[in-house]
Design a binder for this molecule. Structure first.
Ligand code: KIV
Length: 284
């Protein structure tokens, strides 16, 4: 069957930077959410390993495995026809060897059906990025406060604050560009630094907690929808309070069932009168 909607390709993304069009990326982890995001026209959907935190309830992204990512990514891909879907390579699935990185990147493309993968790290993973790209798999980089290194950072700390750390981030971004990454995510770094690196790179930069000077922005969907009321990351704007809406909706359902107000005739199925009479008359 011929698809009616053209899917975004990696060529569209640098083109957006060239034209000065801001790039929007959002995470999704399941079929219904992916459908909604896709129909909004958002060009990039990331199946982030942040699902470890926001979907599976882990403290961080470290426990997320390839099998879990593939399971969720397949559902997201099934819900999209327009967005370019990016699979996030989980902790230690691309560090041990180039072979490992290639095998796992290939699973996203071949099994889950994504158009690209993302991995965390700069110069230290550049050899893996280069080989994955050479094998025909587009790669998005990710530097700054990379959550898979949370134990190394000793917590959620802004990265690139000193001149030395800022220079390292610039070198990392350039290393990713040279290795063939089509875009790079900057997470939790000072806004002026993100702007400076963005101006130095040919590939687009996508920020999360990196200010308005990036070529695009990415957010974790649960944060902007307000699924959790107890924690709002500083980089996120809550556009809605879906968690509160869900709670009050479910409370109403609970009350209705207890009070016998649900279901009504509207949600019930009638039965043929004669059949019902026969059944009632049946002695068994
Ligand atoms: O896993 C994720 O959601 C991410 C984004 C925060 C960029 O890596």
């Amino acid at each position: 069957m011929t698809p009616t909607v053209r899917r975004v390709t990696i060529n569209d993304i640098p083109e957006m930077k060239r034209k000065g069009e801001k790039i929007t990326m959002l995470t999704a982890y399941d079929y219904p959410t992916a459908r909604i995001v896709d129909k909004c026209g958002i060009p990039l959907i990331l199946v982030g390993d942040s699902l470890g935190n926001v979907i599976l309830g882990y403290e961080n992204t470290i426990p997320v495995t390839m099998d879990v990512m593939i399971h969720h990514t397949k559902a997201v891909v099934r819900g999209t026809e327009h967005a370019l879907v990016i699979g996030d390579m989980p902790f230690m699935t691309y560090h041990i060897s180039v072979e490992d990185a290639l095998r796992n990147a290939a699973r996203f493309i071949q099994e889950a059906g994504t158009q690209a993968v993302k991995l965390e790290g700069g110069a230290t993973v550049a050899d893996k990025v280069r080989r994955i790209v050479e094998c025909g798999i587009p790669v998005m980089g990710h530097i700054g406060l990379t959550p898979q290194s949370i134990n190394q950072f000793g917590g959620h700390k802004i990265q690139g604050k000193t001149a030395e750390a800022a220079k390292k981030l610039l070198d990392d971004a350039l290393a990713l560009e040279q290795a063939g990454a089509f875009a790079v995510v900057f997470e939790t770094i000072p806004a002026p630094l993100a702007t400076l690196i963005t101006q130095k790179l040919k590939i687009p930069t996508i920020g999360i907690g990196a200010g308005a000077g990036c070529d695009g922005q990415v957010q974790v969907i649960n944060d902007i929808l307000g699924m959790f009321s107890d924690f709002i990351p500083k980089h996120a704007k809550q556009y809605a309070k879906l968690g509160d809406i869900m709670s009050s909706t479910l409370a109403e359902y609970f009350e209705d069932v207890k009070a016998g107000r649900f279901p009504t005739e509207q949600q019930s199925f009638p039965m043929d009168e004669t059949a019902l009479k026969e059944l009632k008359a049946d002695k068994n």
